[in-house]
Design a protein around this ligand. Structure first.
Ligand code: HEM
Length: 127
């Protein structure tokens, strides 16, 4: 139960930092933005690793897993693209529109990923 609570806390922390990072980006506060972005990336990696650990504590419903995984994988790939585009944006403004589009796409993808993730956890059985 504690493990699950820490996982939920990490998720909330990630969303908070993601929004805080986006605010600095929109305000053109570049140094502040990039600093917050790397903290966000670190929290993201910790959250994914923690999610992997849930497999050892819970046995997931196969159908719920089949529904959740494509959303989770797509979100992960978009996040990686978002970070790479942010990296490129540091040396060329032409990546701005793509970085922004990746941020919006990722934010939208978080909705089905979270909903299907809740379905996965609520139908899981402790091992
Ligand atoms: C981690 C999640 C991230 C979010 C949510 C995010 C969000 C944003 C947003 C909303 C903007 C404003 C774009 C616009 O003009 O509309 C922006 C700009 C920018 N981002 Fe990111 N970003 C992230 C990660 C990164 C990373 C990892 C880097 C670099 C390594 C980066 C570099 C930049 C740069 C250089 C700008 C331009 C800032 C300026 O105008 O001076 N971003 N970002």
């Amino acid at each position: 139960m504690l493990y699950l609570l820490i996982f939920v806390a990490l998720l909330i922390l990630f969303v908070g930092f993601f929004i805080w990072t986006a605010i600095a980006g929109r305000r053109h506060q570049r140094r502040r933005h990039v600093l917050r972005a790397w903290v966000t990336v670190t929290i993201f990696v910790a959250t994914v690793l923690y999610a992997e650990g849930l497999r050892y504590l819970y046995s997931f419903n196969k159908d719920a897993q089949t529904i959740h995984l494509p959303f989770a994988i797509t979100s992960g790939v978009i996040f990686l693209v978002l970070v790479l585009l942010g990296w490129k944006l540091q040396s060329g403004n032409r990546f701005r529109v793509w970085h922004r589009a990746a941020v919006i796409t990722f934010a939208v993808m978080l909705i089905p990923t979270t909903i299907t993730g809740i379905l996965l956890i609520t139908t899981a059985a402790p091992r």
